[in-house]
Design a protein around this ligand. Structure first.
Ligand code: M6R
Length: 611
């Protein structure tokens, strides 16, 4: 979704901001813009890519202070006028904004009555004009006071960065519900909605919390809260290398991230399992293990791919730890007035740690007294900070919009949590526990083996590039994998695809099967093998084109399939970690064949920060 970058210091601010905006392109956007101060305020903005914005900038646009924005349209279509920054009537105040101002219509009407003219259809333009209205009413007012008065009238969510040509050495930022951080440099400061935009310049960051406003100069920053109290904020060290946020020779981030999985899964396991004695160490949730052990049920809330890993988590926790689990769409959770309270445990799963619906579910459960735990990738993200405890994935930055390594990281962490809980509850014997831990430790090298089959998967994808529909079928642990495979294909290649529990096919989707329909069958769990064979026969009888993901113990399915990809044998509970890999590759190659922009699919955003 929208991205914000700002810079103040001795370098050319526009260069730093443009570079930062490029780093944020992965978040998804439709237009871009920049405001610079060099004597007066200069604004350049346009629909389209950051490279198009770059072309609008001339060498004369110099200066040591600038803010920039990538916009993902919410209010008003993507066009030049609606792009940010938006300016006040005097042309002295420029604003970039992430989030949604819910009462903008009422504020706009009031300002229009006062004579202010509006040019865009956005909710953001009111911010610049509202601030200016306080200055117009009281010309001697301190600028920051006018900002505070404006913020007090705004309902909704915002990450805001503001420039004022009368304060040419200061960037003002404010946060409510939309992430913002300050990158603290030597004689320079950056602001951004995402750490990847500042990682090249500094490894020291200050995360703003809701209700905070910061006044940033090149050598110092001041953060004040809603009660006007100055705060001493913790300076965090950013553990993000440049290599992690660059393509490193791969044509797309998605492919790089698929191939990183042997390493990212190892990183998720590192220091947490002991194959010799079968023990598990999860420091992040030790303090709440009693609550987990005593919980009558566990609820998991998430969105998209994270919701699919939650479904795998349901199987893992119920099967290993024998605690009932309910999986909820985070976006629906609040609206059912959930029956949750003290004694309940809610896990939220989020790669970005910023998904608005997941954050809202977390807050709802917390308010009702539940213990709230996080399974998050981005360190220091809002969800990571607001949960009572949690486990990080350690998968490194995921830049491709289609989530890949985060899914396997989440499932790895869920397997660890399920096993650890099972051990604490005495629900699993030592021998079985050791067997699963040993199987877990082999997953990274097994993923490596599957990746070696990428050429073969590419050949299969060549044959189905122009199929209009795909069906994905799986049972038990493979059902969430079927959902995930279908989502991957949909989001990056725009082919309609559906994931189904294999047996449900008979209750409707079987009507779709003919000799044009590719049916991807995930048959990699031993305990459902026989039943899967029957389902595959049913597809074959209707001439469906079967692509099977099987393991050596499912040879019958392989023999029935037109195409197959063999994955190594593992414990059934861990099979999603392997069976998802060919599906990621299949969707990637199909999308590339169709000429799609794999890393930035149309209409999608990497982290969905509006509800
Ligand atoms: O950052 P989160 O894990 O909270 O994001 C949730 C979904 O928005 C995300 O998984 C989305 O579905 C991806 N595009 C899937 O590839």
């Amino acid at each position: 979704m929208c991205g914000i970058v700002g810079y103040i210091g001795n370098s050319q601010a526009k260069d730093v901001v443009i570079k930062g905006l490029k780093r944020l392109e992965y978040r998804g956007y439709d237009s871009a813009g920049i405001a610079l101060i060099n004597g007066s305020l200069s604004i350049k903005k346009c629909k389209g890519k950051v490279s198009a914005l770059e072309k609008l900038l001339s060498d004369s646009e110099k200066g040591s202070i600038a803010i920039g924005h990538t916009r993902w349209a919410t209010h008003g279509e993507p066009n030049d006028v609606n792009s940010h920054p938006h300016v006040s009537s005097s042309g002295k105040i420029a604003v970039v904004h992430n989030g949604i101002i819910e009462n903008y219509n009422a504020l706009k009407l009031k300002l229009q009555e006062e004579g202010y003219k509006f040019y865009s259809e956005t909710d953001t333009e009111i911010v610049a004009k509202l601030i200016e209205s306080f200055i117009d009413k009281n010309p001697s007012i301190e600028f920051v006071k006018a900002v505070k008065l404006a913020l007090a009238q705004i309902n909704g969510t915002y990450g805001l960065a503001i420039l004022n040509s009368d304060n040419p050495e200061t960037i003002f930022v404010a946060r409510k519900g939309s992430p913002l951080l300050i990158g603290v440099g030597e004689g320079e400061m950056l602001i951004a909605s995402d750490a990847s935009a500042v990682a090249e310049y500094t490894d020291k960051v200050v995360y703003l919390d809701d209700g905070e406003l910061a006044i940033i100069k090149k050598d110092e920053y001041q953060v004040i809260n809603a009660d006007d109290v100055e705060l001493t904020k913790e300076v965090h060290e950013l553990a993000m290398s440049l290599e992690e946020i660059e393509k490193s020779g791969f044509p797309f981030f998605m492919l790089k991230e698929i191939f990183e999985q042997p390493k990212t899964i190892s990183d998720s396991l590192r220091g947490r399992i002991n194959v010799e004695d079968g023990s598990i160490t999860l420091g992040g949730i030790t303090s709440v293990m009693d609550k987990l052990v005593n919980a009558k049920r566990i609820i998991i809330a998430a969105c998209g791919t994270s919701w699919h890993s939650a479904l795998v988590g349901e199987y893992l926790i119920e099967w290993l730890a024998k605690t009932p689990v309910e999986v909820e769409y985070a976006s629906e959770f609040r609206y059912k007035d959930p029956l949750i309270g003290e004694g309940d445990v809610l896990f939220v799963i989020s790669q970005s740690g910023e998904t608005a619906d997941t954050l809202a579910a977390l807050r709802e459960a917390k308010e009702k007294g539940a213990t709230v735990l996080g399974i998050v990738n981005v360190v220091g993200s809002t969800i990571a900070r607001e949960t009572d405890a949690g486990v990080y994935l350690h998968a490194g930055p995921e830049i491709g919009v289609a989530s890949t390594k985060a899914f396997t990281g989440q499932v790895t962490v869920l397997a660890l949590i399920a096993l650890s809980l099972a051990q604490h509850k005495g629900a699993i014997d030592k021998k079985s526990s050791k067997k699963i831990i040993s199987a877990l430790s082999k997953i990274p090298s097994q993923v490596e083996e599957i990746l070696k089959q990428s050429d073969q998967i590419k050949e299969i994808s060549n044959l189905f590039t122009y199929a209009p529909n795909f069906l994905y079928l799986g049972r038990s642990y493979s059902f969430p994998v079927a959902l995930e495979g279908a989502l991957k294909l949909k989001e990056i290649s725009y082919i309609h695809a559906e994931g189904y529990p294999a047996a449900e096919m008979k209750h409707g989707p079987i009507a779709l099967i003919d000799d044009m329909m590719p049916v991807v069958v995930i048959a990699s769990t031993k305990h459902t093998n026989d039943k899967m064979v029957s389902n595959v026969e049913e597809v074959k009888a209707r001439k469906g084109r079967i692509i099977a993901i099987t393991s050596p113990s499912n040879e019958e399915v392989r023999d029935l399939a037109e195409f197959s990809c063999m994955i190594p044998e593992t414990e059934d509970v861990l099979s999603p970690l392997l069976s998802v890999i060919p599906l990621q590759l299949l969707s990637y190659y199909v999308a590339v064949n169709r000429g799609c922009d794999v890393d930035q699919p149309r209409n999608l955003a990497k982290s969905v920060t509006v509800e």
